[in-house]
Design a protein around this ligand. Structure first.
Ligand code: ADP
Length: 342
């Protein structure tokens, strides 16, 4: 696995796929020198193009090691890793990393250069023209909701933690890489900033559709962001790999159950839209509080509990289209087509 022949053909195939590619890890093991047990043992997984996969597990279980083998910050001891069908272990590591966005908790902005220069680093390395780099920096700052006129020429220390983290995301996206690796990117921010960054990030991902691996120890974050979640145990063993809804509905074992914690039903409700439930006839006697059909069943339940009414009316684009009651909320949890009614 030490062959590092440069293969620019493969890299250009990566560069040509900004919208996301598949990542396949095949029997990957990492044994650090001098350690008796492997940090990652026989890890196999396929991540689909454009998918956002969360790695969740306790500190020391091997999440970061697994992720860092994908951009070869850490070299696997054995096994193979393919991106877009190409064996990344045959590529030059530095070249590879220019085509994989990387966001870390510590952000890692260079303190002595401006925000614009921080974002421009990889495009410059790739030899983009000055005009193209400037245009891209401007576009990215807007994408992460920072006004270029205000922020481009500031230094990192002149930004709040949340703003710096946004710059970290912008920098990782700079060369429009098909793959993003994110290591606890929002872990150091306060809860309110964190929720805001998560919401922004979800909106962003809906537009850009990158293939993303996102490491977190926060199961709530995994549920909120992930298309699929890999719950990892010791040596990065995959205890369950499935959608948030299916993990919450059917945890594979006690280990996974311990991650979900209390309130699994409420957490599931947060993932199901009102439109998935059995909607009854509109109720003229219902309270003025209404719920949009795109809102979650958790929000619907909140409205039911808050008003104390037997049902609340459901709206679509502001017009009442029906109503929802407690029984419909519970039935939706029972799952699938049964919950849809006739
Ligand atoms: P996580 O990201 O889940 O917290 P890591 O991947 O950082 O876990 O670590 C997995 C295991 O590998 C831990 O037992 C850790 O102590 C060990 N480890 C991590 N980095 C090194 C290293 N450079 N040398 C030796 N052991 C390491």
């Amino acid at each position: 696995m030490s062959d590092t022949t440069t293969n620019t053909g493969v890299l250009s195939s990566l560069a040509a796929q900004p919208g996301g590619v598949d990542i396949v890890l095949d029997h990957v093991t990492k044994r650090y020198p001098g350690q008796d047990t492997a940090a990652v043992e026989d890890f196999s997984m396929r991540v689909e193009p454009g998918e956002l996969v969360m790695f969740v597990g306790p500190s020391g279980c091997g999440k970061t090691t697994t992720m860092k083998m994908i951009n070869r910050i850490i070299e696997p001891t054995s096994g193979s890793i393919r991106i877009n069908g190409d064996d990344i272990l045959s590529l030059d590591g530095n070249e590879l990393r220019r085509h994989i966005g990387y966001v870390i908790q510590q952000i890692g902005l260079f303190p002595h250069v401006t925000i614009a220069e921080n974002i421009a680093i990889v495009p410059r390395l790739l030899g983009w023209s000055k005009a193209r780099v400037a245009e891209r920096v401007d576009e990215l700052l807007r994408t992460v909701q920072l006004d270029p006129g205000v922020f481009a020429n500031r230094f990192p220390r002149q930004l709040s933690g949340g703003q710096q983290q946004r710059v970290g995301v912008a920098r990782a996206l700079a060369a429009d890489p098909p793959v993003m690796l994110m290591d606890e990117p929002f872990g150091a921010t306060d809860p309110i900033t964190r929720e805001k960054l998560q919401a922004e990030f979800l909106r962003l991902q809906a537009d850009i559709g990158k293939t993303i691996i996102f490491v977190t120890h926060d199961f709530e974050e995994a549920i909120r962001l992930g298309d699929r979640i890999a719950v990892l145990g010791e040596r990065s063993r995959i205890e369950q790999f499935d959608t948030p809804a299916r993990i919450l509905a059917a945890p594979a074992n006690d280990y996974v159950r311990s991650f979900i914690g209390e309130g699994a039903a409420l957490k599931r409700l947060a993932l199901i839209p009102v439109s998935d439930a059995r909607i009854g006839a509109a109720d003229a006697g219902a309270p003025p509080t209404t719920i949009d059909e795109a809102a979650s069943l958790r929000e619907a339940l909140d409205a039911l509990v808050l008003t104390g009414a037997p049902r609340v009316n459901v709206t679509r684009a502001g017009s009442i289209v029906g109503s929802i009651d407690h029984a419909a909320v519970s039935a939706a949890l029972a799952g699938g087509s049964d919950a849809q009614g006739a």
